[in-house]
Design a binder for this molecule. Sequence first.
Ligand code: SF4
Length: 460
Amino acid sequence: MLLRHTTADVAERSALTINPAKTCQPIGAMYAALGVHNCLPHSHGSQGCCAYHRSALTKHYKEPVMASTSSFTEGAAVFGGQANLLQAIANMFALYNPDVIAVHTTCLSETIGDDIVQIIGKAREEGKIPPGKHVIHANTPSYVGSHVTGFSAMNKSLVTYFAETTGRKRNQVNILPGWVEPSDMRELRRISRAMGINPNIFPDTADVLDAPHTGRHEFYPRGGAPVAEIRHAGDSRSTVALGPTASEAAALALEEKCGVRSEVLELPIGLLATDRLINALRHRSGIRVPGFITDERGRLVDLVADMHQYFYRKRVALFGDPDQLVSLAEFLVTLDMRPVYIVTGTPGKRFETRIREAIGDAVPEVQVRQGAQADMFLLHQWIKKEGVDLLIGNTYGKYIARDEDLPFVRFGFPILDRVGHSYFPNVGYMGAIRLAEKILNAFMDRQDRNAPEEAFELTM
Ligand code: SF4
């Protein structure tokens, strides 16, 4: 009973967050930077920040995460971090030869007020950036935003620094995948190609954070979007941006900079959101949906229809990142489930509106909360007041699940105590089948656990 002091009486709070439903901005910036080929993320702050961000990603992906740090000590905290960053840039190019150093700031360097654009300019003037190499940056103080907004900021920086237009259109579509797993990025490539699209996906962490074991250490794994491809984004026919919180800023920046038309969709998690992606791709390529994609959809519909009695009217509490939550809530309604409590610590616009659009009038009792006080404590209080049948969210939900004895499906970031999320996609029809399977298995495991011997069934 780790959370035994949580009460069911909700007191309105304005200044206190208890167990936030989000994490640090730089983690997202680091994750986005890892989706660029031969890119070294660089944390402009103290060693502790960088160590935490690397370990958070390593624990989720179970892969080594390479990143460097400006290693602030007391001197940098007082006089600013320019000298540290200049030295770091020179060292990194000399020792690790990246194509790109992607600098993100931290609470400390933002509080000092380091001007990263000016420092990068000085590094260039002093010849610390070799020809053909790049240093880019994103401002990611962690006292605002979350890991998702950090991802968005670095995603936008890729456009700001690299995308350009030559005036000659390329027969390709930019796919901004949003914060999804490496497996999802691979699946988006497969789906796009199946739909007759030549996708330009960035960032792309497939083959970076799920790279195969080869017996040789690769400091830069083979995956990641090459800088040349991100440059060509300005010549693409259009952009499909997935997940407004993570991808819209980059899509709009590209539209403004290079005139590439964009469409922002919710993440293709679940039946209807995937239908919308397939439609958007179909309109761009002008081809008919291939039979095997239709078959994948058919299998999902078959599973939903066959197992409907297990999903029907089950109350669910969700927490995590806004883009995932919107599509997940819609999918749960498709399954005839009732997402009743939804919280995200990531600030931003339109979350509640998007959730209400996604679930329509199917769950009038839904409670939605966003921002600093939309934390795990509040979610637990809601659950204590009126229980749910299932909890869905990242690993941090296991404490509530244990205390309330709830079936729990791990979904989102971070998942620290299970594997599979980086290998099997959540997006597309196949991803939705896996998600439905996980939900169903959680119910079946619970049914088996609770069944008296005379009702302990071999079949469903
Ligand atoms: S909250 Fe700020 S100080 Fe703490 S790890 Fe994140 S960036 Fe560093």
